[in-house]
Design a binder for this molecule. Structure first.
Ligand code: ATP
Length: 275
């Protein structure tokens, strides 16, 4: 009960414009989740969308962000389940919990169940797998299959994983629609910088932001976020504690290209090319 209450998050609304790039993922979600939840009468029978959608791709590329955005845009009840905490906290209770989760979601339709790190909950079956975790997986399959046969059911399950190769066939089959969430291209990286520096006093020109986007090939969205945070702190790092105490916020110097060049020395891309 406590876990389920914790998982019914209320996020600050996230708009599609807050997510840089990923146009294919966005349009797929409009078609498979947003529109069908708005107009279930149009999306039935052969047009009925899949219940299970899998987001896969490198860490920090916006999978969680997309799920939160869908929750804000669709006005569905949003359940967020992180299997690694679930399984450790609730050893042996997983099966019951999955059953309850789907029952509560059914009572709060339309509902979206977001399962982060779905690979760690539904990883390939191994011989020494615990009986309780096997039962939980089976319960999950039963619920997923049940949801997909009932026309009046408006529950969507979004799974996210950085390691899709660790999902077994039984799991993959149930996530009918699979969407690759890629690293941001230069234009998307520039958009992320642009959005973040809007929150602070800076003197970067558009050309400089474009230059930074070109210098950050291979950076994920989360890396871009860390880079901007590091640069944004530079004017404060130049001050002593007593200066910080006394300074008027308006007097703080602008964040410059030099601050970003310094940040680039400290924040590198987190994903290697072999990934
Ligand atoms: P993980 O697989 O590690 O859970 P994830 O793919 O779910 O990662 P998020 O948690 O969605 O990644 O992204 C982390 C942060 O990085 C976001 O909160 C956001 O600040 C930033 N970010 C990532 N991708 C984007 C993007 N495409 N546009 C804007 N910001 C992004």
């Amino acid at each position: 009960d406590q876990i389920l209450r914790e998982s019914m998050h209320k996020y600050k609304p996230i708009a599609w414009e807050d997510i840089a790039g990923l146009d294919y993922a966005k349009s797929t979600f409009m078609e498979t989740i947003i529109h069908p939840l708005q107009r279930p009468d149009l999306f039935k029978g052969v047009r009925r969308p899949p219940r299970g959608v899998l987001l896969f791709g490198p860490p920090g590329t916006g999978k969680t962000l997309i799920a939160k955005c869908i929750a804000s845009q669709s006005k569905a009840t949003f359940f967020s389940i992180n299997p690694s905490t679930l399984t450790s906290k609730w050893v042996g209770e997983g099966e019951k919990l999955v059953k309850t989760l789907f029952a509560v979601a059914a009572a709060h339709q339309p509902a979206i169940i977001f399962m982060d790190e779905v690979d760690s909950l539904l990883s390939q079956r191994s011989d020494n797998e615990h009986e309780s975790s096997r039962r939980m997986k089976n319960e999950f399959f039963i619920q997923l299959d049940g949801a997909s046969t009932n026309e009046d059911d408006h529950i969507v399950i979004i799974g996210a994983t950085n390691r899709p190769q660790e999902l077994d066939e039984a799991v993959r089959r149930r996530f009918v629609r699979r969407i690759y969430v890629s690293l941001p291209v230069a234009q998307a990286r520039q958009q992320i910088i642009h959005k973040l520096v809007q929150q602070i006093h800076h003197n970067l020109s558009d050309a400089q932001m474009q230059g930074l986007a070109e210098l950050t090939e291979g950076y994920s969205g989360a890396d871009m976020d860390s880079l901007c945070r590091y640069a944004a702190m530079q004017p404060l790092r130049a001050l002593t504690s007593s200066q910080i105490d006394a300074i008027d916020a308006q007097q703080l110097s602008a964040v410059t290209m030099a601050d970003f060049m310094e940040a680039l020395q400290h924040v590198s891309r987190s994903i290697s090319t072999e990934d």
